[in-house]
Each structure stands twice: as structure tokens, then as C-alpha cells.
Design a protein around this ligand. Sequence first.
Ligand code: 13P
Length: 256
Amino acid sequence: MRKKILAANWKMNLTHSEAESYLETFLSEIGQVNDVEIVIIPPFTAIPALVSASEKVAFLRIGAQNMHWEKNGAFTGEVSATMLRALYVKYVIIGHSERRMLFGETDEIVNRKVRSALDAGLRPILCVGESLHERDSGEVEEVLRRQLRKGLENVVEKDLSEIVVAYEPCWAIGTGRSATPVEAEQSHAFIRSDLSELFGATAADRVRIQYGGSVKPENAEDLMRQKNIDGALIGGASLDPRSFARIIWRAEAALA
Ligand code: 13P
């Protein structure tokens, strides 16, 4: 049984003090959580405050939104996996479509980052997903296959269990137009079958595949009920602690 993983990707929002008040509200709202794993992924500047404020909260992990693939060196403005690990960060988003589109990240860069994260003991959340144009031209599977195969090049089977894949169709991100549960499940099933070709069925079966793109309290439960959807990566709706908590409750309801 794959434990569902619900992650809040705050993107470039909230200062460290806003993050602290967010966490206070969120924790008092959510109470105890047993059956799902929760990750909050703030900007770098809020990581230390959130890590120390959530030390005693067993169900909550803190993640990062990006990293450089080198351990250190002359890379002005960058942060390495080792530095994140030293802050007790557990997860790192790699290859988000905003990084691919706005910052020129290629599949090769994504692959370097994935391997560097694994080497440092961080769990990559590898983002894949097609654009609207690619969907309209019937290229969804081809795009997903390429992003997975290149993103996971030279990753060995024993490391696969450390990786979370996030399926985020670009046309659903920040648009209010989520993929339907059926559309999302189709892509998730494809991703699992491709992972199975690459790493074998047993390893592929253990990988958690999150859905991301306009997830909100209203659509979370139906999405989470799909066989191959093992959680969500939530942008806009995670910026309000109460709405993030409601999404988690819907995910828990989907387990019943
Ligand atoms: P939205 O939930 O705002 O559509 O963003 C999704 C996303 O990009 C999460 O990484």
C-alpha cells in the first residue's frame, strides 16, 4: 500500500514570518494525521523557521523547490543538495514546469539534479507533464516517456523507492482547470507502466505518483480515489492553511 503524499508547493510566496503563522494555523486546524504524509515546500528563506517549528510533528516534512546539482562552487545564487540536507530538508522538487519553461531547465539538467539529490540523501519529487499543445497533438505519452527516461537516466532500481513522481500537466497549473480524474488516471497509469518497463513491476508499484494542477478541496477526493494517484502537489490552494487542511481531509476521506 503506497502512503499518500500531499505537498504544498508555495512557489515564490510567503516570508519566513508569514510561514510561521501559516504553520500555527495549519497545525491547529489539522490536528492529528496518521494515514497520509504531508510536505510543506516553502521558498528557501522560510525553510529554517519551518523546520524548527515542525520538529515534533511526525506527519510533516519540509521540502525545497529547487537545488543545484553540484555540491558547492562558484555558482552565484544557487543552493546545493548538501546544504538542504544540513537543514533537515527531506524532499526537493525537481524539474517543475515553471523551472523548465521560465529558467530553461532541460531533461539533462533535471537528471543531474535528481542524481545529486539522491547522492545527498534527499528525495526528489520529479515533475513531468505535457503542454496544452502537446496534449492537443496527441503527444502526451511520448512527452511523459521522454521526461521520465531522461530524468531517471542512470538511476538504479534501489533508488527508485526514494523518488516521488509528480504528474503536472502544464495546462492545469494555476488555470483553475484541473485534469479530470479519468484524464489524470490515464497519465498516471502510463507513468507507472513506463516505470515498470524501466525498473520492473515490483519497484514501479512502490513509486508514489502525485497529481498537480488546480487541486482544491472540491476536486481532491475524486482525484485521490484513482488507483494510480498517490497524492497531490498543490500550488495556489495550499497558500491558505485552512484550504490545505481541507484538501488533506478529502484525501483521507478517499482512503475510506
Ligand atoms: P496550482 O495548484 O496553483 O495549479 O499549481 C500546481 C503546481 O504547480 C504545484 O507544483
